[in-house]
Design a protein around this ligand. Structure first.
Ligand SMILES: Cc1cc2nc3c(=O)[nH]c(=O)nc-3n(C[C@H](O)[C@H](O)[C@H](O)COP(=O)(O)OP(=O)(O)OC[C@H]3O[C@@H](n4cnc5c(N)ncnc54)[C@H](O)[C@@H]3O)c2cc1C
Length: 393
């Protein structure tokens, strides 16, 4: 007995405004990145079958989660500690290959090895109540009716660009990190990089290398803090606790870098010594040819590169009204406080490759208990190892 007994599902509605047929499953997983695959692995270990017991839906064209979209110059060597998925090592990867390729190949092998049978491309457009305690997962490619949902949709689909006055008047090129493909296309250009996270630092280093941009300027809201990442377990735990505390209150997850600071790697120290990481405060507005600060200073640039992060891709959950007044979804561990049938994995404190693994295991344990009628199970706790991966992102 695996705790996931089969359940009859109501007959699909036939006519006039009634929802169409939905395939019954015990658990639906939306997203096949690190978090979704980890969850699927633990669902299998709990005795569920891919297809009839659980289904994994993903709208990307191939395996790899968001990694398949990462810019080609982000080689495996440049990624910060990509953690293997549970049950299968990630070894011997060529450090000079793009992370996009390394991770996509690894995920493909993983899906085959554990027979996870990911449905793609399936774009989930809405999740709503389905009666009888079930959730209806709707997509352009069909619908599923599940007793529980593991949402693992990451953030890549929701790049965030803050608004600054005059932004629409800029005559140069504006792009977000998500659209960056490499430094070569910025040759001869003055590029303004906006944002204080790890992506901004990585892009500045690439653009500042030979063959990159003619000039770079870096602006951030707060002065960046670089720190040696050799921290203690206790310190690590306290930082993860801070991130967890926000989601527990229903506030949007905070960037981990805002709590930990940026990793002062050798490459970063070298870039600092070469003046590539000199930072200016945030400008007040965008002009047709650049930006202007509140004190009257102006700067002409050709390109504004917004390395301003991502938000959780949760729009398809809107019909369930999970958001709190603070703008986030309140979760305990991975479980949505308002609806214990739903777990958010890879969200907030579990938004790293190692955190996503852990979240998958915790969520499946709780869902198993829920479907078994044993309540919600134990909560996830972070640790310093998890923090290390998160701090790197
Ligand atoms: C530039 C960058 C570099 C990073 N480097 C590192 C690193 O070195 N080490 C590290 O540990 N972490 C790193 N991270 C963070 C890490 O990538 C993530 O925390 C982790 O891989 C995310 O896994 P995930 O499964 O939560 O999300 P994702 O990998 O984003 O997977 C989500 C999946 O959900 C699918 N999806 C989304 N919406 C829908 C929908 N409506 N319907 C169907 N499918 C949907 C997407 O197609 C995607 O396949 C980095 C992040 C970024 C942005």
């Amino acid at each position: 007995m695996n705790g996931f007994g089969t359940t009859a599902v109501r007959a699909p509605g036939a006519a006039g405004g009634e929802p169409g047929p939905a395939t019954p499953v015990e658990v639906a997983v939306i997203g096949a990145g690190q978090a979704g695959l980890s969850a699927a692995y633990f669902l299998r270990r709990a005795g569920l079958r891919a297809g009839s017991g659980f289904v994994v839906l993903d709208h990307s064209p191939g395996p790899g989660g968001a990694w398949q979209y990462r810019w080609p110059s982000l080689t495996y060597a440049k990624a910060h500690g990509v953690h293997a998925l549970p049950g299968m090592p990630l070894e011997g990867a060529d450090p000079d290959l793009p992370s996009a390729q390394v991770v996509a190949d690894y995920f493909r092998r993983y899906e085959e090895t554990f027979d996870l049978w990911v449905r793609r491309p399936v774009d989930v457009t809405a999740v709503r109540e389905d009666g009888g305690g079930r959730l209806r997962i709707e997509s352009g490619q069909g619908a599923w009716s599940a007793r529980a949902l593991l949402n693992a949709t990451g953030t890549w689909d929701r790049p965030f660009v803050p608004y600054y006055p005059g932004q629409e008047t800029f005559q140069g090129r504006q792009l977000h990190t998500a659209g960056y493909r490499g430094a070569a296309e910025f040759a001869g250009r003055h590029v303004l990089v906006v944002g204080g996270g790890t992506s901004a630092v990585q892009l500045l280093m690439e653009l500042g290398a030979p063959g990159g941009a003619a000039r770079t300027t870096w602006v951030t809201r707060r002065p960046p803090v670089f720190r040696d990442m050799s921290f203690t377990e206790d310190w690590g735990r306290s930082v993860v606790a801070l991130v967890e505390d926000r989601v527990r209150q229903g506030l949007p997850p905070q960037s981990v870098v805002s709590v930990t600071g940026l990793a002062a790697t050798e490459a970063v120290l070298d870039a600092q010594a070469r003046g590539i990481l000199h930072r200016e405060p945030m400008f007040a507005r965008v002009t047709p040819h650049g930006v202007a600060w509140a004190d009257g200073r102006t700067l002409e640039v050709d390109v504004i590169l917004w390395a301003t992060g991502f938000r959780a891709a949760l729009d398809h959950l809107a019909p369930l009204r999970l958001r709190e007044p603070g703008g986030g979804v309140r979760i305990e561990g991975t479980r949505v406080v308002k609806d214990p049938r739903i777990h958010l994995v890879g969200y907030g404190p579990s938004a790293s490759t190692i955190g996503a693994n852990r979240a998958g295991r915790t969520a499946v344990r709780e869902i198993r208990a829920l479907l078994d009628g044993r309540g919600s199970g134990a909560l996830a706790t972070g640790d310093a190892g998890q923090l290390a991966a998160m701090a790197a992102n």
